[in-house]
Design a protein around this ligand. Structure first.
Ligand SMILES: [Zn+2]
Length: 78
């Protein structure tokens, strides 16, 4: 995390590494604090169940990342 967290605005502990490969992992790593990432990890289980998303399916994974970016208020990765 560089500066303050995109979701809560705190400058608290950052993640030690990108939580997933690729550009979304890098965006989370650069923008989100550890507490908000943990909050999303709980939330994403509910989201996947609610929408019937299968993370091993690329289209479903993209949809999940969209929910993640809204939840975490991510700036889109470049
Ligand atoms: Zn935060």
């Amino acid at each position: 995390m560089q500066g303050s967290c995109s979701r809560c605005g705190a400058t608290g502990p950052a993640l030690s590494e990108p939580p997933m490969p690729g550009r979304w992992g890098q965006a989370v790593f650069e923008q989100v604090c550890r507490a908000c990432w943990d909050a999303w990890r709980s939330e994403q289980t509910l989201v996947m169940n609610h929408y019937g998303l299968r993370p091993w399916v690329p289209a479903d994974r993209e949809q999940l990342y969209r929910y993640m970016s809204e939840y975490l208020r991510l700036r889109p990765p470049g």
